[in-house]
Design a protein around this ligand. Structure first.
Ligand code: ATP
Length: 375
């Protein structure tokens, strides 16, 4: 690898609420990772979110899009505030960015880390290590539909779902690539018995692509059955691929299983290199705890790890995951501030790989992502 390719241009979008707090912790960890693993970043911070929108009216404007596009990846805090009507920032910034930057894959690891409390009785970390791949730009989230006779007893609302072979194929192919470097098992989650048109296209695509990945075993689970199996038998799954709407729902279930919103990370991946991918903790802006310095930064820090894995810095990514696990284990049951936990994780990085802190074993999504990005 040339030294040039180890300089990564990062756009930082802290956003609203706890977004800036957890992002500051992630940047503490990034500084430590650069010092330990020998790569560098050039960072530009962007003003965006509720306050910026109230002051300027700007959402995902063409100016912001052009400036963001010049970066290799985007680290995103969170967006949303009670002062802005629900949906304005979500549709006007986040969904707009996903579409414009063709972030076709939403990747969410569901891993229960040792020391993290799960509401699922008897669940152990060894049994819970899977990745959900959600289609991120199509389905019911394209915003197509219409209402006639609105506000009357005859009102009719039609909400369409758009599913294209090309859109499904790029996501399913990525899911196969990921599965082929993990435990080699891919599960399609849909509702093919009821949503027959979309379901057929998804199933056909999986069946067709399976021929290219003969070492990956495939199976199928209806989304309602998934809500039953995921909490009680997550060990059944390695990589789960699903559409936008079902993915939205089952990934939140996954976050509950792995111990809550504070520890859940995500990646929004552009697969064709035409625009940057975006990395964010799955929690929202949490206005109820914003400004108190008590938000858990683990999800944001693990999202940074996903970002580094995607940029080819697998060693740093795996080390960050290990350091997060060590810090979560060491602080289990204690109240630790956002910045303190971040600093603890940053400090632990230098010890990863020593007898004091062996590299976390298991089917790390970090290594798999780096390999899948290259294949
Ligand atoms: P959004 O619609 O933006 O997702 P929301 O209010 O539905 O917002 P969150 O902002 O994620 O969802 O907050 C849900 C709950 O989880 C809140 O009580 C919040 O305090 C808590 N929460 C979210 N993130 C964290 C975190 N990192 N650490 C601790 N608690 C959190």
């Amino acid at each position: 690898m040339t030294p040039e390719s180890r300089t990564h241009r990062l756009a930082i979008v802290p956003g609203d609420g706890i977004g800036p707090e957890v992002t500051a912790s992630a940047l503490d960890v990034l500084n430590a990772a650069e010092a330990t693993f020998g790569f560098t970043t050039e960072r530009e911070t962007f003003a965006a979110g509720a306050q910026h929108y109230r002051a300027t009216g700007e959402l995902f404007s063409s100016d912001i899009a052009t400036r963001l596009r010049a970066h290799d990846a985007i680290l995103f805090g969170s967006m949303g505030d009670p002062s802005v009507a629900p949906g304005v920032l979500e549709r006007g910034f986040i969904l707009a960015m996903r579409q414009e930057f063709r972030q076709a894959v939403n990747l969410r690891p569901v891993r229960l880390y040792p020391g993290v409390e799960t509401p699922i009785a008897g669940l152990t970390p060894e049994r819970c290590d899977l990745v959900i791949i959600r289609e991120n730009t199509e389905g019911a989230y394209v915003g197509r539909g219409s209402t006639v006779h609105a506000g009357t007893p005859m009102a009719v609302a039609v909400q369409e779902s758009v599913n294209t072979r090309a859109g499904i194929e790029r996501v399913v192919d990525y899911a196969f690539r990921l599965a082929s470097v993990r435990r080699k098992r891919l599960t399609l989650c849909h509702k093919t018995n009821i949503l027959v048109e979309a379901g057929r296209l998804w199933q056909e695509t999986v069946t067709d692509l399976a021929a290219r990945y003969p070492d990956v075993e495939t199976d199928y689970v209806h989304v309602d059955a998934m809500c039953f199996h995921l909490p009680i038998a997550p060990e059944r799954f390695d990589v789960v691929v699903t559409d936008n709407l079902f993915g939205d729902i089952i990934t939140d279930l996954g976050a509950v299983i792995q111990g809550g919103l504070g520890v859940a990370a995500s990646a929004n991946l552009n697969l064709d290199g035409s625009a940057p991918s975006m990395f964010e903790a799955i929690h929202g802006s949490a206005p109820d705890i914003a400004g108190q310095g008590i938000a858990n930064p683990a999800g944001a820090i693990l999202s940074l790890a996903l970002c580094l894995a995607h940029l080819g810095e697998a060693q740093a990514a795996c080390a960050i995951e290990t350091a997060v696990v060590a810090a979560l284990g060491a602080t289990a049951g204690q109240r630790v501030g956002t910045r303190d936990l971040g600093r603890q994780i940053a400090d632990a990085l230098a010890h990863v790989g020593t007898p004091d802190l062996p590299l976390l074993q298991g089917g790390s999504v970090m290594t798999a992502m780096t390999l899948a990005a290259r294949s």
